[in-house]
Ligand binder design. Structure first.
Ligand SMILES: [Fe+2]
Length: 134
């Protein structure tokens, strides 16, 4: 069973970032499957992978926003930071053997992803013309 299917509306039209988002999407789906299987070790490994890949992707976005003096950069970067710290909190909860956190982890990450890609990331896309897209 899949957590979500990729939809056209998730595409920003910036190929590099759309590819990053698809990869994050895959990691989320894998994490969802691991929750279904109650495979705590795998969930943890996937959260590590998510944190690592999300950090890489967020840095790329922030670099682009910085290069274009995007006024929303600080707020946007704060959202990124918040996401990463949520993952750490979830991992700590799992380490403490609090299994109730597993489903909320996936629900939270899914909601965050949808909101971020559909709303927050659109903020900088509007400012870029085709020539300045990476
Ligand atoms: Fe972003």
């Amino acid at each position: 069973m899949q957590l979500m299917l990729w939809e056209n509306r998730f595409n920003l039209g910036i190929e590099t970032f759309d590819t990053h988002h698809m990869r994050l999407f895959d990691i989320l789906n894998n994490a969802y499957n691991s929750v279904q299987l109650n495979d705590t070790q795998r969930i943890n490994a996937l959260l590590d992978e998510l944190r690592e890949y999300a950090s890489y992707h967020f840095s790329a976005e922030e670099e682009l926003m910085g290069r274009h003096s995007y006024l929303g950069l600080v707020g946007h970067a704060n959202e990124h930071e918040e996401f990463l710290s949520h993952i750490s909190v979830f991992q700590q909860s799992m380490k403490n053997n609090e299994p109730l956190y597993k489903v909320p982890i996936v629900v939270f990450l899914r909601e965050w992803f949808i909101n971020h890609v559909l709303v927050v990331d659109r903020g900088y896309v509007k400012l870029l013309d085709n020539d300045s897209k990476p």
